[in-house]
Design a protein around this ligand. Structure first.
Ligand code: ASP
Length: 323
């Protein structure tokens, strides 16, 4: 039997500014995110010829309010569509505020052998100069590329890896960057003009996620900074926190009072701790001697938090298999 032509791209809508609306087409700031349906977004985007585009509304959220239940549903639908033989790739429209967290979550959970492309916008769909239609058309073009696999972000003409991408500006149209690594590629006139190989993350599989309705591990971020003490850590440990990410200074250094509080916490009961750097770029470089708290490498603190949630889930479900 002949294998079907992979010419379908599925666009999954989750909300965000890309689906936001304002009272006036001149208003780029006073809008409500997550109001325009994904069908209308797809209709407004001039995607590449020869690609059949399907859409499905997963959520309609301002991504500042992203939650674990939506992540679970999104991961399930991505895995479902990626397994369809006629599907070339998947696009996810998403708010920009937590887009990098969702990208890392999906990269570490879904083992898709096809492109999974997140995109969004900095101006609402109703704007006279909306950037969403162009970003969505670019994302569909990238998702329809044969021979690529993994989770990437397409935004303002650039392709970023889930690992390196971060939101770097609250209002500029090119609000995303990849730090020291730089973007994976760029688009020109709706076509992928250059691209490095896409990194593939080791995916844990959907089996690692908790049963529907069950609690996810509670992980918080605490910052090392001038004048901090251990009170926040003590309060979190008393309240039952499962894991802490320390947004550490420079090369992973932690204020001595905060370090003492973390050590006390770890002696009282098991609390998983990961150290990430507050620096905008670069990784925590190991000094060759054992450190009190494990390093998150070059993951920014918000992605280190996602990572720690997943590692705690994996520890709960050691037999989970990649899907
Ligand atoms: N608050 C919006 C969101 O993350 C911002 C955006 O999409 O640009 O949903």
């Amino acid at each position: 039997m002949q294998s079907p032509v992979q010419n379908t791209v599925v666009v999954l809508g989750t909300g965000g500014t890309i689906s936001g609306s304002a009272a006036s087409p001149d208003d780029n700031l006073g809008y409500v995110a997550g109001t325009v349906g994904v069908d209308a977004l797809v209709a407004s985007a001039n995607g590449p010829a020869g690609v059949a585009v399907e859409s499905e509304q997963i959520a309609q959220l301002d991504s500042k309010d992203m939650d674990f239940a939506t992540w679970r549903r999104l991961a399930e639908r991505v895995a479902h569509h990626a397994a369809r033989p006629e599907v070339a790739g998947i696009v996810i429209t998403h708010g920009t505020d937590t887009l990098e967290e969702t990208a890392w979550f999906l990269a570490r959970v879904v083992a898709a052998a096809k492109p999974v492309v997140l995109t969004g916008a900095m101006r609402p769909a109703t704007s006279r100069e909306a950037d969403g239609p162009g970003n969505l058309a670019d994302a569909i073009a990238v998702a329809s590329q044969a021979g690529r696999a993994g989770v990437v972000v397409v935004f303002a003409g650039q392709v970023h890896s889930a690992h390196d991408v971060r939101k770097v500006h609250p209002s500029r149209l090119d609000a995303f960057a990849s730090g020291d690594a730089g973007p994976l590629g760029r688009l020109e006139g709706g076509r992928l003009a250059s691209a490095r190989p896409w990194p593939r993350e080791a995916a844990l599989g959907l089996g690692v996620l908790p049963a529907e309705g069950a609690a996810w591990p509670w992980v918080e971020i605490v910052s090392s900074a001038a004048g901090v003490d251990g009170r926040a850590v003590a309060a979190l440990v008393d309240a039952g926190v499962d894991g802490l990410v320390v947004a550490a200074t420079g090369n992973g250094s932690v204020h001595r009072d905060l370090a003492a509080a973390l050590a006390r916490a770890a002696r009282r009961r098991p609390v998983a701790i990961l150290r990430a750097t507050r620096c905008l770029d670069g990784a925590v470089a190991e000094k060759g001697e054992p450190e009190a708290f494990a390093s998150a490498g070059d993951l920014v603190p918000v992605k280190a938090r996602v990572e720690l949630v997943l590692r705690l889930l994996q520890a709960r479900a050691p037999a989970a298999k990649a899907d």
